[in-house]
Design a protein around this ligand. Structure first.
Ligand code: SF4
Length: 291
């Protein structure tokens, strides 16, 4: 297998075979993201991707159960190309049960419901969709390139096609002044389609990004730990989802709050209330250098 640049994958793909289908990100404008800043976006030729799959078959044998196709927004590829790659992966790996990709709402919404159903039939089982926020103002400030309504539309279409949605919420993305709207509006958006997973990530400015510069200049403020936890509490309080799993599977978070909604809501809120009685000094410092 050949890899170009740094390969990023969600923690939940730790045991997946990684085959690069795209290089970089077709959006590449989010102010907090450094992942593909110096990479010019391109889609790898299908034949090259298939060659990599053959290399993996030779190297690992047929016992591959899950494949994640980086880089950013692989869902942007033509549906015919994705179907060809997914079907080929199934030919090579008879035990393959899961194919997953990154896909933000902006690119998912370009696919019709029929196309998403075709992708599901070809083996696509989960789309990792970085919503970050459901608040229009926060999304605009993050330069995410999506709107709340686009996120709802994409989430519904994915679920109706039988594909799982793994959503990402960026704690503190609205800073102090939008924290309330960021949490409550995000809950509203998530309630509209009950993603299978809601994964919490706490915002940490990464050097080299516009957000890091804003943080250094003092025009963007990070939420201190207790405020970040209050924001998560607000989000969970307003979530009226059906069957979504909330996870804190990332090193950036202050507390490992997790559970299934609606049944674990009271438990999660009480866990957060307990954490909120602690002193700020019990948590890592809210700055970029103490992860
Ligand atoms: S869409 Fe995703 S990969 Fe692309 S710049 Fe935004 S956060 Fe980074």
């Amino acid at each position: 297998m050949r890899y170009e640049g740094v390969i990023f994958r969600p923690p939940s793909e730790a045991y997946s075979l990684l085959i690069q289908a795209t290089i970089g990100c077709p959006h590449n404008r989010c102010v907090f993201c450094s992942m593909y800043k110096n990479t010019r976006f391109r889609i790898r030729p299908v034949e090259e991707i298939k060659e990599d799959l053959r290399m993996a078959r030779q190297h690992y044998g047929e016992h591959i159960y899950s494949i994640f196709f980086p880089d950013g927004n692989t869902i942007v590829m033509k549906t015919d190309q994705l179907v060809e790659i997914f079907e080929y992966a199934h030919e090579l790996f008879p035990y393959l049960s899961r194919i997953t990709v990154y896909g933000s709402a902006r690119f998912v919404s370009r696919k019709s419901s029929e196309e998403l159903i075709r992708l599901h039939q070809a083996g696509l089982r989960r789309i990792h969709m970085g919503m970050e926020s459901g608040d229009a103002v926060t999304l605009e400030r993050l330069r995410k390139g999506t709107t709340p309504e686009q996120i709802i539309d994409a989430g519904r279409k994915i679920k109706q096609a039988g594909i799982e949605v793994s959503e990402y919420y960026l704690v503190g993305a609205g800073s102090h002044e939008r924290s309330y709207e960021h949490a409550v509006e995000s809950a509203r958006v998530l309630n509209a389609f009950s993603p299978d997973f809601i994964r919490l990530r706490t915002l940490v400015p990464i050097p080299g990004t516009p957000l890091f510069e804003a943080y250094q200049e003092g025009s963007f403020h990070l939420l201190p730990p207790l405020e970040a936890l209050k924001e998560i509490r607000l989000l969970i309080e307003h979530l009226e989802v059906d069957g979504s799993m909330v996870l804190s599977d990332h090193v950036s978070n202050y507390v490992n709050v997790q559970g299934k909604l609606p049944e674990d809501k009271a438990k999660m809120i009480s866990q957060l209330d307990k954490a909120l009685t602690k002193d700020e000094s019990c948590f890592r410092r809210a700055d970029p250098f103490h992860l």
